[in-house]
Write a protein that binds this ligand. Sequence first.
Ligand code: CU
Length: 357
Amino acid sequence: MFKQIISSLIAIIIGYGLFSQPIWAKSQDRVYWIAADEVQWDYAPSFPVDPMSGAEFTEDQRVFVEQGIGRLYLKSVYQEYTEGFSTVKQRAPSETHLGILGPVIRAEVGDKIIVHFKNNTRFPASIHPHGVRYAKVHEGAPDKGQSSGVVAPGETHTYQWDVPERAGPGPNDPSSIVWLYHSHADTTVDTNSGLVGPIVIARKGFMRLADAMPPKDVNREFFSLFAVFDENVSAHLNTNLSACSGICDVDDETFQESNLMHGINGLVYSNNRNYVMQKGDKVRWYIMALGTEVDLHTPHWHGATLLHNGNRLDVIEVLPAATKTLDMQPDVEGNWMYHCHVNDHLDAGMTTMFTVE
Ligand SMILES: [Cu+2]
């Protein structure tokens, strides 16, 4: 009898220990090693073939992928490294659709995010986060000579950001939401140069332990940045001009037009083909936009509908630096068009496909 009471007490104590503070709900430091690197970026690796039509690019399409500088540009991108910046981390297969975007920074409410940042580019750069909580010194934006996390070429900075309730999903949001991060040394130049990435904040208890995994209540997640990268104002314009042929006059309107890269994650004309899912999956889409007054985008999915905070739709609107999180449960197999529904953007390359297997 006495033994039974003791063992019951032990069971209660162990049970309390397990369930009052489940291991997955503990606050954690989420540590990242991220550098800004200069890389040669290909907006349309499929050239000269348009994967959508299977035919060669048309004259109108070639304005963007062949004329002027063409489809290869030097850009600045955020890359994730292993501890101590020893090697660039290989992207998980589930994240190859990220394209030009920097690594996904993940945390759940209650965590702290620590980002070791190194600027390997020839221009000042930073990581300025949206949504999370930071002191001025970790803002990543210029502040009249004060130290605020803008990093000179070759230098480093360790950002520390908190993730309080107000950085996570609100009452009408799903279990995770997306924020942007980007360089804010010279925002217009830095973002057009390519320095942008996503932050995902999950509700407490919803983040999985493994890297590159979606929240616990979904099977798959995808990220899309709808942005016209204006290569006319990239920090790398002068370098890129050396690879220009034909009309290469920076004051010429035709040349300027050829440098407006209407991409989804920096890929144009159906070159982002890694949006692959299974029929019936619970799929979360994180939509982001950046740019200027032409960057009003209306992402549209064929073959499926989505939920956005309780509203059903198959088109969502985003404006520069806005973010939207949507859920989809695809129920018809196939390759489906996924494009911005602004006519001018669609024609200029802001289109791709998603695949339901
Ligand atoms: Cu658009």
